[in-house]
Design a protein around this ligand. Structure first.
Ligand code: NSP
Length: 235
């Protein structure tokens, strides 16, 4: 069994919880309110900037040129394709740059971004590959499930989001990310393999937390005393 097969089986219950989360249930049936989706988009835009830098670091640290090219290309996709998706929705909602800038970065967004950035700088490359993998794989899994549920309904309010993550090109990038991680796992020593398991699990936990934080419109309990000018919503 490969690293990916094993870790996917180990995280199956958590993955099911991600699919069943009220945010994703409402995203799928189109009832997710604009406020929560906008909050998610704002947080995700910030996450993607950090994530792209993590991927660029993985590119710089990769030894195989093909792996370096893959991570660099993925950093570009996060910054250009995924962020354009967000900008499109925020414009459609009529939100100005000032309004989105006034939303505080949530504790979960900061924690997930910081975790990946620390891993990019301090962990062995196979552990870094395992840490970034859920970001590819979980989204593709959720996107494909939502596409099936909505049967590609043309009038679905979140159709473009679902189309992005269920796109065959995105699925191909997941395949590549998995192949790189499996190859690095094959030659990793037992301690590194354990660290890869932990990194994949931790990042998958953060994936669940990211949706949950958007559902709860998560804010800093201390924000009122230090940054009263920042809000948690775009309403
Ligand atoms: C939090 C998060 N995780 C994953 C993805 C998909 N790249 C994303 N946009 N945001």
């Amino acid at each position: 069994m490969t690293f990916c097969d094993k870790i996917w089986a180990r995280t199956a219950t958590l993955l099911q919880a991600i699919h069943d989360h009220p945010f994703n249930a409402a995203l799928g049936d189109g009832t997710l309110d604009r406020e929560r989706f906008a909050f998610y988009l704002v947080q995700d835009g910030r996450y993607l900037v950090a994530y792209a830098k993590v991927l660029a670091t993985a590119s710089a640290r990769a030894t195989a040129p093909a792996d370096a090219a893959f991570f660099a290309q993925s950093a570009h996709t996060a910054l250009v394709v995924e962020r354009a998706l967000h900008t499109g929705y925020l414009e459609e909602f009529g939100l100005t740059a000032g309004e989105t800038a006034a939303v505080a970065t949530s504790p979960t967004c900061l924690a997930y971004s910081s975790y990946l950035q620390a891993t990019a700088l301090a962990a062995p490359l196979p552990v870094l590959a395992a840490a970034v993998l859920p970001c590819f794989w979980v989204y593709q899994d959720v996107g494909a499930a939502l596409l099936e549920r909505t049967a590609g309904a043309a009038d679905h309010p979140y159709r473009t989001w679902i189309a992005t993550y269920s796109d065959p090109a995105f699925a191909a990038s997941v395949e590549q990310a998995r192949a790189i991680t499996d190859r690095l796992a094959e030659t990793a020593d037992p301690e590194t393999r354990r660290a890869m398991d932990e990194a994949f699990c931790r990042a998958t936990e953060y994936e669940w937390m990211f949706w949950d934080s958007a559902w709860r419109l998560e804010s800093w309990p201390t924000g009122q005393w230090l940054r009263p000018e920042l809000t948690r919503t775009t309403r």
